[in-house]
Design a binder for this molecule. Structure first.
Ligand SMILES: Nc1ncnc2c1ncn2[C@@H]1O[C@H](COP(=O)(O)OP(=O)(O)OP(=O)(O)O)[C@@H](O)[C@H]1O
Ligand SMILES: [Mg+2]
Length: 238
């Protein structure tokens, strides 16, 4: 495989070793390419390296060795400030804990990353409302996140990632704090984002039923890709 431009993200022989008294090999020779517009999932036991892999794909961290290409550009040796520029431009993160600020309203939470970019007030409000609408939570715009259900909070967090217009949405166990009903709602929202905006989505999950709804499942164990599956999806009837 070549790190061609049609790969959204491409990892070439990536190793990640965490230092300390006993060094931990978190990723061991991982090579994989995610195509533009794909929705992939990463599954595996606790401690197998899923979050490490996601953080490296999302330019939150660098590999110890190997190469990482984001939108065709080698980012594996970039200094911190350039790496964060790549992250801001390309990546939207969604985490298990929604990380919303309760003393701000829903729409202010979604606007916050845009404030940091120096965007005009009217423009960022427009973008934030558009993202909330896509996730079906625009009617909650004026509320505090503390009065929202878990599923609603996570959809707001996804809207916050989307409002920045990233090319890739990276989600680390986005349904990990949710019951099965809300997990389904959030999963459907992510699929909708992928389908309607064409954005590449990469999701870490422990939930095999949700993983089976994605285009490709990467199984990781002890820092290695153990297998890749393409789920046979039933065509959903309306
Ligand atoms: N900052 C760090 N410093 C040292 N070791 C770390 C660090 N982060 C992760 N590790 C170790 O690297 C390995 C992979 O961790 P990682 O968080 O990627 O696993 P994971 O698959 O996401 O697990 P979980 O399902 O529990 O979230 C583990 O052995 C972990 O203890
Ligand atoms: Mg993890």
């Amino acid at each position: 495989m070549q790190p061609a431009a049609d790969y959204a993200i491409y990892l070439d022989s990536v190793r990640k070793v965490y230092g300390g008294a006993v060094p931990t090999v978190a990723l061991d020779d991982v090579t994989l390419g995610v195509r533009r517009g794909e929705f992939i999932s990463i599954v595996g036991p606790s401690g197998s390296g899923k979050s490490t892999l996601l953080n490296i794909m999302g330019a939150l961290d660098r590999p110890t060795s190997g190469r990482v290409y984001i939108a065709g550009r080698d980012v594996s040796r970039l200094p911190d400030d350039e790496l964060s520029r790549v992250r801001n431009r390309y990546i939207g993160f969604v985490f298990q804990a929604f990380n919303l600020i309760t003393r701000m309203s829903v729409v202010e939470n979604v606007e916050l990353p845009l404030v940091a970019r120096g965007m005009r007030t009217s423009e960022r409000r427009r973008r934030a409302m558009e993202a909330l609408k896509l996730l079906g939570v625009d009617h909650l715009w004026a509320k505090s996140p503390r009065f929202l259900s878990g599923g609603e909070q996570q959809r707001v967090a996804i809207a916050r990632a989307l409002a920045q217009d990233p090319e890739f949405v990276l989600a680390d166990e986005p349904t990990g704090n949710l019951d099965s009903k809300n997990s389904d709602v959030v999963m459907r929202a992510l699929m909708d984002v992928n389908r309607r905006t064409g954005k590449t989505v990469i999701m870490v999950t422990h939930n095999m039923e949700l993983a089976a709804m994605t285009d490709k499942i990467y199984r990781i164990r002890d820092g290695r890709i153990e297998g890749v599956e393409t789920p046979q999806r039933e065509v959903a009837s309306a």
